[in-house]
Design a protein around this ligand. Structure first.
Ligand code: NAP
Ligand code: F7E
Length: 326
């Protein structure tokens, strides 16, 4: 039985990945942090998942977790992941999303002793690293030009992962994942903010929706498909870096059109206003990834398309809001 340790197990991807690995027969450990963290309850409901306490900013807690879990595979998904928040908390974002990667790599390196390939390591890199994009579509070779403290922190983690692979011979891979969503997406991210509001507006529970930039374009996929790619990366003989994306891009306006249509509303403009408070100091205008390498080497392709994804999220929010409204 293989053993895996997941940081960020209470997040969207952590929950899907834990279920995927448990389904494959792994013994799965998830790192959780904080006192009275309500998200720990959700993770603790996954049958078979074992929880360990630790924080990415605390190297000794990570060493303890690795020694307890004795993992064959470590998936480093923990991060401050909300881009807008990263301007407000740039130091914290750097400590967790950048230096946290170094801490986790060090914990794995020290645990592995003179067997550098003993533990396979996955780093959750991000399309935010492309920022002001220098090439369309973006590939593994595209120059990085991050536009937020979050993006800068991810670049650090990305290159540190490559550096540990090259310096110590570690089996360390980075997945450059483009935006991926699901009914488990945090409500602060734009897709879930929209699908939740659409559900509430259609049920008469909310009047309107305030958003920021409606012209930004993203390559949105389904989180359930993307955790499969993480696992595939660690099954390869050689560690490497892969773009994981759908190869399609849509604007926030298109997202609004599809989400409102799902509940039979055609005139979404009547319900949406723009509020400068949701604009960012620097924007990433266009993301579209080229997943050709992942298709060729991992045999990975996305299964869920954009409309199906948004439909799934609206339906789930409708069910949740109906239940809450009694
Ligand atoms: P998420 O839902 O925001 O989850 C983030 C996780 O990080 C949570 O479990 C959180 O735990 C944990 N965390 C935060 N600070 C921590 C700390 N100091 N120590 C340990 N854990 C900490 O993110 P996600 O969408 O699942 O994304 C997973 C990873 O992929 C992240 O690294 C994200 O940056 C990256 N990524 C995401 C996307 C995307 O579109 N979703 C795309 C590219 C890359 P708490 O419960 O304690 O808050
Ligand atoms: O914003 C625009 C906003 O917050 C998407 C994270 O998982 O993916 C995610 O980062 C776009 C941006 O995601 C609102 O300006 C307009 O252009 O859903 P988001 P993100 O910033 O792309 C990457 C790949 C990650 O790695 C990150 O961890 O939508 N937008 N109006 C808005 N965004 C939000 N959140 N709220 C608005 O009201």
């Amino acid at each position: 039985m293989k053993r895996a340790l997941i940081t960020g197990v209470t997040g969207q991807d952590g929950l899907y990945l834990a279920e995927l690995l448990l389904g494959k027969g792994y013994e799965v450990y998830g790192l959780v942090r904080g006192q009275n963290n309500p998200k720990v309850e959700v993770a603790s409901r996954i049958p078979g998942l074992k929880l360990l306490f630790g924080d990415l900013t605390d190297l000794s807690s990570l060493l303890r977790a690795v020694h307890t879990a004795q993992p064959d595979e470590v998936y480093n998904l923990g991060a401050i992941s909300f881009v807008a928040y990263s301007w407000e908390n740039a130091h914290l974002t750097s400590d967790v999303t950048a230096k946290g990667v170094l801490n986790m790599l060090e914990a794995v390196r020290l645990y592995s002793g003179d067997e550098p390939g003993k533990v396979r390591f996955y780093q959750a890199s991000s399309s935010e690293m492309f920022g002001k994009v220098q090439q369309v579509p973006q590939t593994e070779e595209t120059l990085l030009w991050p536009r937020s403290p979050y993006g800068v922190a991810k670049v650090y983690g990305h290159y540190m992962t490559i550096n540990y692979r090259e310096s110590y011979g570690m089996h360390a891979s980075s997945g450059i994942l483009f935006n991926h969503e699901s009914p488990r997406r945090g409500p602060e991210f734009v897709t879930r903010k929209v699908t939740r509001a659409v559900a509430r507006i259609s049920l008469g529970l909310q009047q309107g929706l305030e958003l920021g930039n409606l012209d930004a374009r993203r390559d949105w996929g389904f989180a359930g498909d993307y955790v499969e790619a993480m696992w595939l990366m660690l099954q390869q003989d050689e560690a490497d870096d892969y773009v994981i994306a759908t190869g399609e891009t849509h604007s926030i306006r298109e997202l609004l059109e599809v989400a409102f249509k799902r509940v039979g509303i055609d005139d979404w403009e009547q319900h949406v206003t723009q509020n400068p408070a949701f604009m960012r100091p620097a924007e990433v205008d266009l993301l579209i990834g080229d997943p050709a390498k992942a298709a060729a080497k991992l045999g990975w392709t996305p299964k869920v398309g954009f409309e199906e994804l948004i439909g799934m999220m609206v339906d789930s929010d409708l069910a949740e809001q109906r239940a809450l409204a009694g």
